[in-house]
Design a protein around this ligand. Sequence first.
Ligand SMILES: NC(=O)c1ccc[n+]([C@@H]2O[C@H](COP(=O)([O-])OP(=O)(O)OC[C@H]3O[C@@H](n4cnc5c(N)ncnc54)[C@H](O)[C@@H]3O)[C@@H](O)[C@H]2O)c1
Ligand SMILES: O=C(O)C(=O)C[C@@H](O)[C@H](O)[C@H](O)COP(=O)(O)O
Ligand SMILES: [Zn+2]
Length: 367
Amino acid sequence: MTAPPPDLRPGDRSTITVAGDRPYDVVVGPGVRQELALLPQTVLAGATRAAVVHTASTAALAGEAVALLQSSGLAAEAVVVPDGEAAKTAEVAAGLWTELGRLGHTRTDAVVGVGGGAVTDLAGFVAATWLRGVRVVQVPTSLLGMVDAAVGGKTGINTEAGKNLVGAFHPPVAVLVDTDTLDGLPDPEFRSGLAEVVKCGFIADDAILDLLAADPTGRRATTELITRAIQVKADAVGEDLYDTGRREFLNYGHTLGHAIEKAEDFGWRHGEAVAVGLVFAAELGVAAGRLPRADADRHRELVGAMGLPVSYAGDFDRLRAAMAVDKKSRGAALRFVVLDGLGAPGILTDPDEAWLRTAWAAVEATP
Ligand SMILES: NC(=O)c1ccc[n+]([C@@H]2O[C@H](COP(=O)([O-])OP(=O)(O)OC[C@H]3O[C@@H](n4cnc5c(N)ncnc54)[C@H](O)[C@@H]3O)[C@@H](O)[C@H]2O)c1
Ligand SMILES: O=C(O)C(=O)C[C@@H](O)[C@H](O)[C@H](O)COP(=O)(O)O
Ligand SMILES: [Zn+2]
């Protein structure tokens, strides 16, 4: 089980360091976005310009970010992009490259993402590709962005063929998780973020499962849940940035989840699709003889109690075709993350068709 950082007390500021060739800090707490003003003296040393990428929903926070960066001497400008998955397109990325060119951004300048996971994925991707890589600071404002998307350096956009199929590994130089920014986040978005939190519980930290069982809204222990989920992610990413081993376990529930997002033309929230994917993956683990039935039942009960979907009405053959282009696939073989017990993730390669059908039957919504 992952222990919370020693300096964590409710309401406090805590810091989680993500290890790697270029380690960086994820700072969590109320008001920590103000620390943007300090970064030009530290991780943004030498920068003269910053482009603050945001959507309409985070315009006020982006305006504040611009003012904070300007107060420390940077020429900072806000750049607005479309909301949600509509931001994660080649066209929007190309628009940002044009804007960085117009603003005269050089290799020492920086991109700052202020928004949900879609913004941080896009901002990270543009930073990874502009001049072959400039620094990016992430200021996630959705729960999902905080516990997952802004941490770990996976950046990307979607294509016709599916989710996140074009991207780069490009870790941020800092992540400021300001828990105050959650105040304006709509409940369904908060719940969507909780899907990634409970995922971390299933793969690595049963204290998360206990906290969510005691309060399935996740509102009573939000800071502890955020910190624990980030710690699970940091542990995996610090060891395996490039997704060739331990990091793959963070993809638990995502094989079917991404296929559902695509089938729904990105009309479902990421966490909602992952929620069904978690229940499916647990059922697949049972069908494969790896996960005890009681543990799969715990998935369904907990995810359902959190108000997230546990079933889906769709065409399995279509979903299967989408799963075949999942980034975990190798050649023609499907690969899934499954559990050998709570907190014990592993890989299942090329599952029997019968196991897939059994797991699908367990999540298929009946009219
Ligand atoms: N890179 C990664 O490792 C990683 C991990 C998980 C998810 N993701 C990606 O993240 C995306 C999902 O992120 P998301 O759930 O944050 O979606 P999102 O970015 O679309 O944000 C959800 C909604 O909340 C709004 N919003 C965000 N912050 C707000 C605030 N403080 N107040 C009011 N509204 C606010 C947004 O405008 C949007 O409408 C997906 O594209 C997913 O693929 C990436
Ligand atoms: O960081 C990771 O690695 C993850 O798998 C975390 C996921 O929650 C996240 O949705 C990620 O973007 C999915 O990665 P992908 O490579 O399957 O697109
Ligand atoms: Zn995810």
